[in-house]
Structure formats: C-alpha cells, structure tokens
Design a protein around this ligand. Structure first.
Ligand SMILES: CC(C)(COP(=O)(O)OP(=O)(O)OC[C@H]1O[C@@H](n2cnc3c(N)ncnc32)[C@H](O)[C@@H]1OP(=O)(O)O)[C@@H](O)C(=O)NCCC(=O)NCCS
Length: 179
C-alpha cells in the first residue's frame, strides 16, 4: 500500500499524533481497566506489557507501509486514548478507538474519530470506513451514529478479553458526496 507522510491532526480540544513505542506504558495503564478493555475484541486482559510494547513499537512502520494509521489522542499534553484506521485496502479501512475511563463523556471519542474519518477520506482516498462494537457497548454505538455510520449487520465475533464469542454490531460510513 502507498502511504502519506506522518503527521499530527489538531482538533478543537485534542492533538492526534502518530503513536509510537514510548506510548506503551500509558496504554498499559489505560487498558488495565476492565471497563475499557472488555470492549476491545483483540486486546488481552490483563494487558501484557511486552505485547503492548511490541505493538506500539511497530506503529511507525505500519504507517510508513500504509498498513495502519494510529494516533495517540492527547488532551493538554496527556495521552487519553487511541484512535486508528487499520485493515487498509485501496478503498476501505476499519475505525477503532478507546479512551481512558476518567475522560469518558466529554465528546473526545467523537471529536477524534470525526477528524480521523475525514483524514481517511480526504488524505488516504478511502471510499468506505467500517466499524463495529460489542452488543453491550451503547456508548460506542452512539459515537458511530453521531458520525453518520449506518448499521450493517450483527455477527458473532470472538472477544479475546472476555474469552467468549459475542455479538458484534457492524457499521459502515461512506465518503460524503459519493453514492
Ligand atoms: C466508547 C468510548 C470510546 C466513548 O468515548 P467518549 O469519549 O466517552 O465518547 P463521547 O463522549 O464522544 O460520546 C459518547 C456518547 O455515548 C453516550 N453514552 C454514554 N454511555 C451511554 C450508554 N450507556 N448508553 C447510551 N449512550 C451512552 C454519551 O451520552 C455520548 O452521546 P451524546 O454526545 O449524544 O451525549 C469509551 O467509552 C471507551 O473508550 N470505551 C472502552 C473502549 C471502547 O469501547 N472502544 C470502542 C470499541 S467499539
């Protein structure tokens, strides 16, 4: 995949900057909270320090190779979460995000995801962005609907932190202005 130069995105209240290896410790702290991690299908609980370090250490390469675009979400210089586009093809990607428990309910997920979906359409040339949430994650469903995502279907998906198959509600957002 071709890529775009690494860059940060500023929103009204947040800075979204390419995530990197040194973010792993803070991510480990945030994902030590079951209320955060139980909603993430691929994450382990409790989090694994080494796995987290290896994952974050690969983010710059992923960006350069056009595989994934992952952003640390910063508020007043503090890392409060992550938002990303991964699973890239020429025209599609999957949106993901998580926010530390203490910063929920301030509109950060919406603000960060809105900026990153715009980035995906305008700068990566995507035409569709997919997303999904666990059946019991109403807050994420609300974020996606506010962004204009349309419900697609409901599938069974294995949740790694829960160690069980659960229902996943899947959505899609089409590039504005395209049919
Ligand atoms: C889902 C998550 C990212 C939302 O982050 P956030 O910054 O609090 O989200 P926002 O403040 O932008 O928006 C949340 C919306 O959900 C609503 N909401 C919150 N809890 C809700 C609930 N239990 N039922 C229905 N709506 C709910 C809020 O009122 C808000 O909507 P509003 O703006 O219309 O009032 C955050 O809770 C999180 O990180 N959860 C754990 C990880 C996760 O779920 N990641 C997404 C995986 S799909």
């Amino acid at each position: 995949m071709s890529s775009v130069p690494m860059r940060s995105i500023k929103t009204d209240r947040l800075v979204l900057r390419p995530s990197r290896g040194t973010d792993a410790d803070r991510a480990f702290e945030i994902q030590s909270d079951w209320d955060v991690t139980r909603m993430l299908s691929m994450a382990s609980f409790p989090p694994d320090q080494q796995e987290m370090e290896q994952w974050f250490a690969d983010h710059e390469r992923e960006w350069r190779d056009g595989e994934a675009y992952r952003f640390a979400i910063e508020s007043d210089g503090n890392l409060v979460g992550l938002v990303d586009l991964d699973g890239l093809t020429e025209s599609e990607a999957a949106l993901g995000y998580w926010i530390e428990r203490a910063s929920w309910g301030r509109g950060y997920a919406y603000e960060a995801a809105q900026a990153v979906t715009r980035f995906g359409f305008a700068e990566l040339g995507l035409s569709r962005i997919k997303a999904g949430h666990a059946y019991d994650n109403a807050a994420s469903g609300r974020v996606l609907r506010k962004l204009g995502f349309v419900p697609l279907d409901i599938v069974e998906r294995f949740s790694r932190p829960r160690g069980a198959s659960i229902q996943q509600h899947r959505y899609v957002l089409t590039k504005p202005g395209s049919s």
